[in-house]
Design a protein around this ligand. Structure first.
Ligand SMILES: *Cc1c(COP(=O)(O)O)cnc(C)c1O
Length: 352
């Protein structure tokens, strides 16, 4: 080891799902939306004034913040935006998790949480999900330095009922509780209405899944004006101009088209329910998912084998080897046509 390496901040990075690029592929591995963004997004990009690129964007991201606040019936000082919710979550860890006590998040969950905790030297503990992959709320009723969990959880798709979310928030008034609602628009209940009662709750959402804009990188957090002010203080101490001009305009256009948003979410929900019935008939089992994916295991065929067989046919799903997830596949919901091809392949393969 070289001498200077002793002072390097070393981390084991998060491993993003692979981004293959074959013309005939069916990509069900990173929970992207199979439908294009709202039509208004294309229009905004086509009419973009490139001369304005000379100028820095609005550091307050006012256009996008206003559109989000209006959509959810909040004030502008209750909304913070960032470069995808990964950016928002990282900034939130940095800002709110600054205690010697461990923060808490489930043992099976979004695998970025422990990476940020390690990066920022935040101590953490990971209470185990129960046998059915459900969060046990009681695990979060002990002393801690903060709490974060996705709802629905990833990669399980399991929703924690809103009453249980509220209990976790209300029993932890001395710390910040972050609810990561990346998948909430596919049929789960949002904690946003709880913001009226709790100033220690931060609800984080993203445009990457339900708004079909993973490639544009937009995420946001909603919370009390105090929480949002602290987040902005950290942001302005790091990078004032996180949101570029295209993201601000395209994001605002996407939020304003509620009808398109509801249509595409409903199509995905219908296809998910159809896929559940087909998978059950084929011998798969899974907890009830409220997300745009299903986390399933097969009664006889090992997940690792199926993952490889699917991959050979250019059908990509996500596999998390090792531990309790070792025999499960996380299958993103695509279009109905894609899911039909996926199920057809499984029917043939499992017959052998
Ligand atoms: C996808 C995802 C995110 C991050 O999404 P961004 O693309 O960075 O907005 C955050 N949390 C969970 C649980 C996710 O699945």
């Amino acid at each position: 080891m070289k001498n200077w390496e002793a002072n390097v901040r070393r981390v084991t990075p998060y491993t993003p799902g692979e981004q293959p690029n074959q013309p005939d592929m069916i990509k069900l591995n990173t929970n992207e939306n199979p439908y294009p963004p709202a039509p208004g997004v294309a229009k905004v990009l086509k009419e973009m004034d490139t001369d304005a690129m000379r100028l820095y964007p609005d550091p307050t991201a006012g256009e996008l913040v206003s559109a989000i606040a209006e959509n959810y019936g909040l004030e502008k000082d209750q909304v913070f935006v960032g470069v995808g919710s990964d950016d928002v979550l990282a900034m939130s860890f940095l800002t709110f998790f600054n205690s010697d006590r461990p923060i808490l998040f489930p043992d099976i969950t979004y695998s970025f949480y422990d990476v940020w905790a390690d990066l920022f030297r935040i101590p953490y503990e990971r209470p185990a999900l129960d046998e059915d992959f459900h969060i046990r709320k009681e695990d979060y009723f002990r002393e801690n330095g903060g709490i974060v969990f996705p709802n629905p959880n990833a990669p399980t798709g399991v929703e924690l009922p809103l009453a249980d979310v509220e209990e976790i928030v209300s029993r932890n008034r001395d710390v910040v509780v972050i609810v990561d609602e990346a998948y909430v628009d596919f049929g789960a209940q949002s904690a946003l209405p709880l913001l009226k009662k709790y100033d220690n709750l931060l609800v984080v959402q993203t445009f990457s899944k339900s708004r079909s804009m993973a490639g544009m990188r937009i995420g946001f957090a909603c919370g009390s004006p105090e929480l949002i002010r602290y987040l902005n203080d950290a942001k302005y101490s790091f990078n004032s101009y996180t949101m570029d001009r295209t993201a601000l305009a395209a994001g605002a256009a996407a939020v304003k088209d509620r009808e398109y948003f509801e249509d595409t979410c409903n199509k995905i929900i219908e296809t998910r329910e159809w896929t559940k019935r087909e998978l059950k008939a084929l011998g798969f089992s899974f907890e009830d998912s409220k997300a745009n994916f299903i986390f399933a295991t097969h009664e006889t065929c090992p997940a690792a084998e199926l993952f490889g067989a699917l991959r050979e046919k250019h059908i990509y799903v996500r596999y998390f080897p090792g531990g309790r997830t070792d025999n499960f596949l996380r299958i993103t919901i695509g279009t109905r046509e894609e899911m039909k091809k996926f199920v057809m392949f499984l029917k043939e393969y499992l017959k052998r």
